[in-house]
Design a protein around this ligand. Structure first.
Ligand code: AIR
Length: 185
């Protein structure tokens, strides 16, 4: 499937993005762009910018407070190390927040980012994906939008079928290599 947005989808979403992707630093972009790439596969063009919980605390609060009124439906927030961005955004909005722990240059081993995002206190949920799991964050955001958008839902169904096809190709490949299994007989 193509990772580039169609021109129609791009135009529609540029003026009124439904998903906001934010990250603590430009150094997170290599991972976080995966969320944008996945969303584009479902013809959802997100907005993407840098917001740091520690370096730009006022920008964080401003972004979180204004997001809903701007028409954003889901926020994907990624950060590394002492990763307080997703949690603090969730503290300031009722929009669903998907947190992406990034294994950054200042991470000890990734667990610092993981636990900072995962262990939210009761009352302020963040849906945390795997370490560097920005692509899944993109899919999850599309799934949330699909609750009220049949076009996105259809593209998600097609994506599921596509994944099935890929695995079934692999099943044939390993069979060709001489590995048998009783299950497929
Ligand atoms: N970070 C930036 N502000 C607050 C946090 N937690 C994170 C970024 C990045 C890491 O610090 O999300 O993963 C390192 O950032 P930099 O800019 O030093 O490369």
């Amino acid at each position: 499937m193509s990772e580039q947005p169609t021109s129609t989808a791009k135009k529609q979403n540029e003026s009124n993005p439904l998903v906001g992707i934010i990250m603590g630093s430009e150094s997170d972009l290599e991972i976080m762009k995966g969320a944008a790439e996945m969303l584009r596969q479902f013809e959802v063009e997100p907005e993407l910018t840098i917001v740091s919980a520690h370096r730009t605390p006022e920008r964080l609060r401003d972004y979180a407070i204004k997001a809903k009124a701007r028409g954003i439906k889901v926020i994907i927030a990624g950060a590394g190390g002492a990763a307080h961005l997703p949690g603090m955004v969730a503290a300031n909005t009722i929009l669903p927040v998907i947190g992406v722990p990034v294994k950054s240059s200042n991470s000890i081993d990734g667990w610092d980012s993981m636990l900072s995002i995962l262990q939210m206190p009761y009352g302020v949920p963040v849906a945390t994906v795997a370490l560097n799991g920005a692509k899944n964050a993109g899919i999850l955001a599309a799934q949330i939008l699909a609750l009220h958008d049949t076009s996105i839902a259809g593209k998600l169904e097609a994506y599921k079928e596509y994944q099935d096809d890929i695995v079934m190709e692999s099943v044939k490949n390993v069979k060709r290599l001489g590995y048998t299994n009783e299950f497929d007989k």
